[in-house]
Design a protein around this ligand. Structure first.
Ligand code: TRP
Length: 449
């Protein structure tokens, strides 16, 4: 087999992981959750959730990946050969591919909107635009195909010349774009109400269920539990510092979510519409805002809307690339395929499932799986169950199955990283006791709710 590739530097690894983490979750859910659940009070809870719960989980994936230099399946085979842990390896090969299938449908919608924004604009009557678009059979399918082709093209170019290069360019571009949009949004008359929506602290809104959803959001946002961080970490060299890379990833992810909040909510309030979450926010509310603004300044509104949908397409791509890589790494390393062939196979599989997801808004809307449409079923299966279950198994594996010395060695660079050595006791405690209990609670809540 060809020599295994590595990311060129620690910074490259952080950019790739942050690229995976920064995605639709930061743009269409975080800002709304903050506003709804107590503003600055929620941000504090989210910070605690991100750094005390999600970061330890992320580190578990990193430790498994980097200590074995193998993908999810291969890592389990190396660390626990001949045991049932191989099912964890297999599950985490399949979960990201299910996510990729429906994520690519949404990525496709963003491409369609980017094309619309840069072409004729959104016109006068935007209220029915989205509803009419997604029920069509062909156009969304075509966009899904295009989005997936872009994803696969980057992955098939390799870890260094594909994934690393794409993220190294995209991540700075994403930050510049979102800051430009934010500056514009904050200068709109009436935008202060949006800032208040995000920042005014209201501690009375912090209930156990809000805390649970902050935790759920933080690990969705960091792409945990499905082996993407594991796989990316397996491309890190031994001398890189896992702890600071993880911290950097979590910090970038949080920063981008906050910037997205300040880019979106002030514009929402300046236009006087109701904020919401999910696809409705970016595909209905925002086009309304853009068309509303175009009366005042058509040129500016057109430019901002193009930049905005460009941001979404790029953010979605850097995430979808990481999902695709998990499957490709498995096929290349465990099934001996060439990268090109593996990419084609992943394309074929996720295109097919994604096509069903896409059609489930229109012609296949009557097909229900346990009461959900195909799209919703894939979304809930992964977000509510597979991601939490995967996270639980990863922390149990590192906390209870792997030897403490191995974990410590990996975390402290064989004892050379002093600061990590001092943090280890606390982090290990979080991994062993706190994380499993909390994740189990969330998992059971999802099961009964
Ligand atoms: N973190 C991504 C976002 O915020 C979504 C996501 C969830 C994801 N699970 C993932 C991305 C697994 C890559 C891999 O939009």
């Amino acid at each position: 087999m060809a020599k295994r590739e590595h990311f060129g530097s620690g910074a490259a690894a952080v950019m790739a992981m942050a690229g995976s983490a920064i995605g639709l979750g930061n743009i269409w859910r975080f800002p709304y959750m903050v506003g709804q659940n107590g503003g600055a009070a929620f941000i504090i809870i989210y910070l605690l959730a991100a750094f005390l719960l999600s970061l330890p989980i992320l580190l578990c994936e990193s430790i498994i990946g980097r200590s074995t230099h193998a993908g999810t399946f291969g890592a389990m085979e190396q660390l626990a050969p001949g045991t049932r842990w191989k099912w964890l390896g297999l599950m985490t090969v399949i979960s990201p591919l299910i996510i990729l299938s429906f994520y690519s449908v949404v990525g496709g919608w963003s491409i369609e909107y980017l094309i619309k924004a840069s072409g004729s604009g959104f016109g006068e009557d935007v209220s029915s635009l989205f509803g009419e678009f997604i029920i069509k059979p062909w156009a969304p399918l075509l966009c899904h195909t295009l989005f997936l082709l872009l994803t696969v093209a980057v992955v098939s170019a390799g870890v260094k010349s594909g994934i690393e290069r794409f993220n190294r360019i995209s991540l700075p571009v994403l930050f510049v774009l979102i800051v430009v949009i934010m500056v514009y949004s904050l200068t709109l008359p009436g935008s202060a109400a949006g800032v208040r929506y995000l920042l005014e602290p209201d501690f009375s809104k912090i209930t156990p269920s809000v805390v649970a959803s902050a935790m759920g959001q933080s690990f969705f946002s960091l792409s945990l539990g499905v082996g993407t961080i594991l796989t990316y970490s397996s491309y890190m060299k031994k001398e890189e510092n896992l702890f600071t890379s993880g911290l950097g990833t979590a910090a970038f992810d949080l920063l981008f979510a906050l910037l997205a909040g300040f880019a979106i909510m002030p514009a929402v309030f300046a236009t006087g519409v109701e904020p919401g979450a999910g696809p409705g926010l970016i595909f209905e509310t925002l086009p309304y805002i853009f068309s509303h603004m175009s009366a005042a300044s058509p040129w500016l509104s057109r430019t901002v809307s193009v930049l905005f949908f460009l941001t979404i397409v790029i953010a979605a791509l850097t995430s979808s690339i990481s999902m695709c890589e998990v499957g490709v790494a498995y096929l290349v390393e465990e099934r001996g395929m060439s990268r090109r062939k593996a990419s084609l196979l992943v394309f074929a599989a996720t295109w097919t499932l994604g096509a069903f997801c896409s059609l489930s808004f229109g012609p296949l809307s009557g097909v229900k799986l346990l009461g959900n449409t195909i799209f919703d079923f894939c979304d809930r299966l992964t977000s509510d169950y597979l991601m939490t279950f995967g996270s639980l198994l990863f922390v149990l594996f590192v906390g209870w199955k792997m030897k403490r010395e191995t974990v410590r060695d990996e975390f402290t660079g064989g004892g050379t990283l002093r600061a990590n050595g001092r943090a280890f006791g606390f982090v290990y405690f979080l991994i062993r006791y706190v994380a499993p209990l909390v994740i189990l609670t969330i998992f059971v809540t999802n099961l009964v709710a």
